[in-house]
Every structure is written in C-alpha cells, then in structure tokens.
Design a protein. Structure first.
Lengths: 275, 397
C-alpha cells in the first residue's frame, strides 16, 4: 500500500468525504450513522476510521467507493462489517493491508505479549504441533520456568501468535509487565477482553529477529478480524501505538506495536503466567 | 446465515457476546448461529484478536444454562451426523476441524459421549474419503477428537489408522496406544523408529505421558527405545527429557529441581481468590466423583494438606452449597486440632486429583488440578502458609 512521504499531511477519510458531491456524501454519512448506533465497538470503529492517519489516498478512494456502493443497497450491518473486514484484508488489487503501517520505534528492552493459556494451546493444536489441548497444556506447563535456551528443539518452531502479533514494551527499557502482578491488571492495561478474567495468562518476553519489522498498528490491522473494543489509532507520526486500557484510564496506556508472527526461538525469558 | 438483527442482538454494548441472549435463542437460531461461527461466516466482534471460533464457542458453552448446554450438544451431534452423511457439503476442511475441536471440548463426561464416539468412529472407519484418499484431513481430525474424548480401544485400531494414514496420524496413534497401556506406544515406536513423525509425536506427548505414567516407567521405556533412534532423533529426545526435568534417558536418574512448583504456588494462591474461578462449573461426572470421595472422608481428619486441597477443589470446581458445608465442617474440625502432615493421605490425595483430572472438563481445570498435585508432591512451607491464608479467608467469607 503506497504511503505518503514522511512529513506530508495525512490523508484523512473525513476530509476526503467532504470533497464528494452532496448526494454521495449524504448517503455514506447516513449509513455510517446507522453503524455507529449499533454498539460501542461500532462507534469506536467509526471514530478510528475518521482519525486514521495511515491511509493512502488510494485507500481512502477505495473505501469511499465501497461505502457508497453499499449505501445504495441498504446493506445490512453485518454484511457491511464483513465488507469492511475484506477492505482491511487487501486492496482491490490484492495488496495486503495489515502490517503495512509505518515502522515503529521500539524501546531498548524486550517486547512483551500476553495470551491466554487456552488460546496458546489451541494454536499449538491447530498448527499440528500437538494432538489435543490436554497434550498442549501439559507441554506448555512443563516449560514454565525453563530458560528458553533449554527448550526442546521442537519449540523453536512453535509460533507465538496466530495471524499477526500485537506486542508491548516498557518505554524505560525495563522488562515489560515487571510492575503488573495479576491477570486482571494485565488485561485492563492492555485493553484485552475482561471476560478473560479468571483465565490463566501466559507472558512472553522476546526479542524481535532482525528481519522482522514492527509497525504502528493501523485501522486495517485492528479491523481485519475480530473487532477489539479498546483499539485506538495513533496520532500522525506517533512512534508507536498505545493501548487503550479497559475503562479508558488513558494515563495508563502502554506502547503497542504489531509485527509478523515469530517463533519461540525469539523468547528471551522463561515462560511465566499470571492468574 | 444468521439474520443481521439476531446476530447484533447477541452482542452487548462493547461488542461482546451476551450469554443471556444466547440462552434465549430457539434451537433453530442457536443451530444457525453455531454453524455460522464454526464456518467463519460470523466473526465475533469485541473478542480477542487471537481467539478462534472454537475458543469463543467453548467459553460460551461453559457459561450457558444447563438445558441450553444440552441443546448445544444435540446440535453438535446433528452437525456430526451431517459430516458423516455428506462430508463435502457445508463442512469444508476448516469448518470440520472447528466442529471436531468443539466436540472434543464439549462432550467429555457427558451422557451423550457414546453417540459422539459412534459418529467419530464412523468417520474414521468408513472408506468414504476415497476421493481424497488417505490424505483427507477430516478423519485425522476425528482421530484427534477421539483422543481428546479419551476413547480407549484396542491397539489394532490405532495401528490400522497409522498404516492407512501414515505420518499425519502419528500423534493420535501414539496417544491412542498410550490410552491402552504404556508399553503399546513404545512397541509401535520401536517398529517405526525411522519415522520422524512418530518420534516427533513422542516428544510432543512426553510431558503428558510423564504426568500419566510418572517419570520412572517412562525412563525405562525410553532407555530401550533410544538405541533404535537416529542420532538426531536421540539428541532431540534427550533435550526434551532434560527440558521437562526427567534427565537423559540413558543417563543416571536426575533428581531434577522442581522450582516450577514455587511459581505455581503463588499463582495458584491467586487462582483461588480469582473472582472468575468460581464460575467454572464441574460436569456431572466430575461432581459425582468428588462428592463420592467427600462422603468417604473421615470427618475427623486432622490432615491440613488434605483439607486445604479439598478447599481448593471446592473453590475450583464446585458451586453446590452442600459440598461447601461439608468442607467447612472439615475445616472446623481441623482447626480445632493440632495439624500434622500425613504423607499417606497426601499420596491418596494426589491420586484423587489425578482421577479428577482425567475427567476434567476444561484445560484450565486440568491445569489447576495438575498444578496442585505438583504442589503436594513438592510441598514446602510457603505453600502451606499460603493455603492456610486462603483457607482462612474462605472460611471467613
């Protein structure tokens, strides 16, 4: 996806919409207002759409055409959301849109990522590293506290994420999560679903391989799959994204970046978990 | 496909699934919605970015009302029947994998389990996958599902699956043989030591096999197997053994440090206090087993470890006030006496936990049970005092 040169003014969806003729602008706005009314998630999606600064002019043009075509047919909300996901997945020319945000500036310390034990076990079964959840959970459990350099050779191939990896780091260069103790505290801080409160959370601390670039998370990263209620797009030229803690205690947001999936060979500290 | 209004009515303001709304769905609507989610036609808004449809539905299932869970099971059985009747219809590969993973999560310990097993056996036994021949993935998914459901059958069944489906079935074949006895998988491995899929399956399953059969017998089997392996496979196996703390299979027994128990202790203590934990409900069979064990307990037990363990189990698994009452009485009795550790009872408790673990409904429950068994095996004073504190707060609460 082509990007504007650094320093150029961002291409904003709302400004581009205002340049369309009145009937088209009106139809798109009516439809978007209908979406906004559905739930907080839809409302936040809409505001992120308006605030996104990482769209190219071509992205915005394609999006406007898409929304206008959908507005004409009185498209159901679920279908509209599905089409938005398709837009986020790839351009009309087949160019992938996720993981195309501008490169992020990382801190000096390791990256950190949190997943539920259940999610990680499911992933290992799905990737055929283990036969069933019981086996996967047992294998994960056996590695708790083990230094990564002592992991079984098979673990070098175990992915730490499913599609793309959302991660954080400590801006001071310390280890991520060093001052968070409980699972609920982590969930809140990272803007993850508080319904996982009570699940066991696995903590990964790792270093990004040289060939892997981290990006500032974009609208397309956030809305290509399941929609997270707590995502927010970053300001223009922000060096990295920032989480929106559950409950919107803005001051406690932590850095947030996204990158391609890396394997357990990147781990720098033993697996640990929070309950 | 699920109607737009219906789908949106299932979400709360933050886009998360409303369990109360799912509880109110008609069977037809629940069936449509389940099918759509399993096939990926509906993406759950507000969910975790990494959460698969199976995780969402598993999490949902365990929070539904009991009668809705029954309907949920009936629908899954109907889906399985569709898969048997017309495997290439609406259950494409990924959707079929999701369905079978969900079946594996839902049916353990359920009265409907035999029906699910019959359908799964039909999928793997019939030659209906001739178009895709042995490479067809769905029968392998079904084999994995049978493993997850604890289907114990004669080794000949599993050996036939390996002959027919080859490397891709190595994992479930090894596990299926291990459900029969410990020797069977190692006899099969010795015969197929050249197959890297088989040795890889062994390394993947090794932590679980050690939990099921304990380290000593596993080490004996490994010592016989290792000479048959290639150098690379033997080295990879030795590294796995070291990582999981059972030492080199050809070396002297390794006492091994169990520092993990310290990590687990602190986390388990928080587990017991975690608000969400009490929402985990036990399946009928698990509940019955525990209640039967409780009835057999000497109410004058003065074993603090035993009492603490029962408290933990109660907090983790049960929600019946009657069982809580039994446990409170036990704790009262224990508090009135001078507590002492009774190793024989501790061993009995480990055995009880392992029994419960075999029928545990979810990986979380299983994880906690096994972690607690570890604590008991490697007990230290910190753990004792931590559980004392929890027991007291539980009583006061």
């Amino acid at each position: 996806m082509p990007r504007e040169p650094s320093g150029a003014a961002p291409v904003l969806f709302d400004a581009s919409l205002q340049l369309r003729d009145d009937p088209e602008q009106c139809a798109v706005r009516i439809m978007l207002n209908r979406v906004v009314a559905e739930s907080v998630v839809h409302d936040r999606m809409f505001h992120n759409l308006l605030a996104e600064t990482q769209f190219s002019a071509a992205d915005v043009e394609e999006l406007l055409q898409l929304l206008h075509s959908l507005a004409a047919g009185g498209t159901p909300i679920a279908e509209l959301c599905q089409r938005l996901r398709q837009f986020c997945a790839a351009s009309a020319h087949g160019q992938p849109r996720p993981l195309r945000g501008r490169p992020a500036q990382l801190g000096q310390g390791p990256l950190g990522r949190v997943v539920t034990l259940r999610s990680f076990a499911h992933l290992l079964v799905h990737m055929e590293h283990h036969t069933d959840l019981e086996e996967a959970v047992s294998a994960i459990r056996a590695m708790l506290g083990t230094p990564p350099q002592d992991f079984p050779i098979d673990w070098q191939r175990y992915p730490l994420g499913r599609y793309a990896m959302w991660s954080t780091f400590d801006e001071s260069g310390a280890r991520p999560f060093h001052d968070t103790r409980s699972a609920s505290e982590l969930l809140e801080l990272l803007g993850l679903d508080p319904h996982h409160d009570g699940d066991l959370l696995l903590v990964f601390e790792y270093k990004l391989p040289a060939a892997v670039v981290s990006h500032v998370p974009s609208f397309c990263d956030a809305y290509v799959g399941s929609w997270n209620a707590w995502f927010r797009v970053s300001p223009h030229e922000a060096p990295f994204g920032r989480t929106r803690p559950v409950g919107e205690r803005e001051a406690r947001g932590v850095p947030e970046v996204i990158h391609e999936v890396v394997t357990a060979s990147a781990l720098e500290a033993p697996l640990s978990f929070r309950a | 496909m699920t109607d737009d209004r219906l789908w949106l009515s299932l979400l709360d303001g933050a886009g998360r699934l409303r369990i109360d709304a799912v509880n109110k769905l008609s069977m037809a609507n629940l069936s449509t919605w389940l099918g759509d989610v399993l096939r990926g036609d509906q993406v759950a808004t507000g969910a975790d970015r990494d959460e698969s449809p199976v995780e969402l539905l598993t999490r949902t299932y365990h929070r539904l009302d009991p009668w809705v869970r029954q309907t949920f099971q009936d629908i899954l059985l109907e889906f399985l029947s569709e898969l048997v009747r017309a495997p290439d219809s609406r259950w494409k590969t990924t959707a079929a994998e999701h369905l079978l993973l969900l079946v594996a999560a839902v049916f353990p310990g359920m009265p409907t389990l035999p029906r699910a097993i019959d359908l799964l056996r039909f999928i793997v036994d019939t030659e209906r996958d001739s178009a895709g021949s042995a490479a067809h993935p769905v029968p392998v998914f079904a084999l994995k599902c049978l493993i997850a459901l604890g289907h114990r059958t004669a080794p000949a069944f599993w050996l036939r699956q390996y002959d027919r489906r080859g490397a891709r079935a190595a994992g479930p074949v090894l596990r299926g043989l291990a459900l029969w006895d410990l020797a069977s998988p190692f006899v099969w491995l010795a015969d197929n030591a050249h197959d890297r899929a088989a040795t890889s399956a062994l390394r993947a399953a090794l932590p679980l096999l050690v939990e099921k059969f304990s380290a000593g017998p596993i080490r004996e089997q490994l010592a016989r197997l290792v000479p048959r392996l290639s150098g690379d496979d033997a080295a990879a196996l030795a590294r796995t053994c070291k990582a999981i703390g059972i030492g080199d299979p050809l070396g002297p027994p390794d006492g091994g440090s169990h520092l993990r128990s310290d990590v687990l202790a602190a986390s388990l203590a928080r587990d017991v206090d975690a608000a969400g934990l009490s929402q985990l409900s036990a399946p009928g069979e698990l509940r019955e087993q525990l209640e039967a064990k409780l009835c057999a307990i000497d109410a004058a037990s003065d074993d603090p470890t035993y009492v603490r363990a029962l408290l933990f189990l109660a907090n983790s698994l049960l929600d019946t006030s009657a069982t809580h009452d039994v446990l409170k009485r036990l704790l009262d009795t224990w508090r009135a006496r001078k507590p002492s550790i009774n190793h024989r009872r501790r061993d009995a408790l480990v055995q009880l936990i392992e029994e419960l673990d075999r029928v545990a409904a979810t990986p979380e429950v299983s994880f906690r049970l096994q972690a607690f068994a570890d604590l008991l095996r490697h007990e230290n004073l910190n753990v004792v005092s931590e559980f004392d504190r929890i027991a007291s707060s539980w009583m006061d609460g």
